[in-house]
Design a protein around this ligand. Structure first.
Ligand code: SF4
Ligand code: SF4
Length: 384
């Protein structure tokens, strides 16, 4: 196993962290973890040097923390840094914070959490925490030893990330979604660098973009780009090594769901390191990124020069959802995002074809036609 410094803390963490949100289950019920197998997987990973275990209140319908508590009994707790998260959506008072931490310690069978995160921060949850003076509470818990290090996980736009990063002087770490296709999404590469510069450890989640980058048989243009390398790496290995190559990445979390995957990830982590990718490797990765992006039906760069549309159409957001669904061949997910992320008065069918946006688009996109295509693709009631 390779170990890396964790920001300004004195901790050395394994390059690979064990994320306990996709543990093996009995059948399709996410709340029924296959306990013997999950415990074996976690312990086998620890036996091979993984020393960072990540869970959260809500994972596996609240069954992940109790399972991790069991997995870490028999002497395993002392071998790892344990991370869990305060469920931001349930917090209405400092009393709630204290309550959830107490229950988590009980579930995890421990007297302290090494890395405690405010879970899934966005603008709304952040403001709630500020209003509730979360840091007064957290600092008391740190003084009492129930929390060792404080951080946050993040899901919002970059400016919100910067606001949170600069909104407290004593963050120890943060957790962001980052992978070779999400360099400019949410916190992204900018957020990674900004956090590392401030001395935070940075935990990377979704290294495989929720599995989108994991297929051993990617679309032909992507497979062709990978084949330009002499290396016999799988797409998973490429994605992970690309992350570990960067000094600002402290640790990559993988939500492992079977022993084979766990073993492969551990092997990959064992040969990881900062600066291990050659110039040729990086050129291959640039081509792979380009190949994926080439599958997008709309060459929109999200510059927003076309905005605001006088009729309320969320043009770049419609194209982002359309492109993502088409690139990763996940129309069902795209339909969900279109339904939930864009209100009806911002959807593509609100376009009255005035043409104002097309004159402003530096990519010369036929926005009117592409909006129609997107709406058909993303609306079950239109396309069936
Ligand atoms: S053409 Fe459609 S999307 Fe473009 S500005 Fe006019 S109404 Fe908005
Ligand atoms: S101006 Fe063109 S490229 Fe820019 S966000 Fe609008 S559609 Fe996309």
């Amino acid at each position: 196993m390779e170990y890396r410094s964790f920001g300004s803390t004195n901790c050395q963490v394994s390059a690979l962290g064990f994320g306990c949100m996709r543990l093996p289950t009995l059948g399709d019920d996410n709340g029924k973890i296959d306990e013997p197998q999950a415990i074996n997987m976690i312990r086998a990973a620890i036996d091979q040097g993984v020393n960072y275990i990540d869970t959260a209140w809500g994972y596996h319908r609240e069954q992940s923390e109790p399972l991790v508590g069991k997995a870490l009994s028999d002497g395993y707790r002392e071998k790892v840094h344990l991370a869990t998260k305060l469920p931001s959506w349930l917090i209405h008072s400092q009393g709630d914070m204290k309550h959830y931490l107490s229950v988590q310690l009980e579930r995890l069978q421990t007297d302290h959490i090494d890395f405690y995160l405010l879970h899934t921060l966005n603008a709304r949850y952040w403001q709630n925490y500020v209003d509730l003076r979360v840091f007064d509470w957290a600092e008391k818990e740190m003084a009492s030893g129930r929390i060792r290090h404080l951080g946050f996980s993040f899901h919002d736009e970059y400016p919100v990330f910067e606001r949170i990063l600069n909104g407290y002087d004593h963050w120890d770490f943060c957790q962001i979604q980052y992978n070779y296709m999400d360099v400019a999404y949410q916190a992204g590469e900018r957020g990674l660098r900004a956090a590392a510069e401030k001395g935070l450890g940075v935990v990377v989640m979704e290294p495989l973009r929720g599995g989108s980058l994991a297929s051993p048989t990617p679309p032909p243009p992507v497979a062709k780009a990978f084949s330009q390398s002499q290396r016999d790496w799988t797409p998973v290995e490429w994605a992970l090594q690309w992350l570990w190559n960067q000094p600002e990445v402290s640790l990559v979390l993988s939500g492992m769901s079977n022993p084979i995957q766990t073993q492969q990830n551990i092997t990959s982590a064992g040969r990881s390191g900062v600066g291990k990718l050659t110039a040729d490797d990086l050129a291959v990765m640039a081509n792979v990124q380009e190949a994926w992006n080439g599958l997008a039906p709309v060459p929109c760069t999200h510059c927003e020069y076309c905005m605001p549309c006088p009729h309320g159409v969320q043009i770049p957001e419609v194209f982002r959802i359309y492109n993502t669904a088409a690139i990763y061949d996940n129309r069902a997910r795209g339909r969900d995002d279109y339904k939930n992320a864009i209100s009806d008065d911002g959807k593509a069918d609100c376009c009255v074809e005035c043409g104002e946006c097309e004159a402003l688009c530096p990519q010369h996109i036929e926005i009117i036609q592409k909006l129609k295509d997107a709406h058909v693709y993303l609306s079950p009631e239109v396309s069936g």
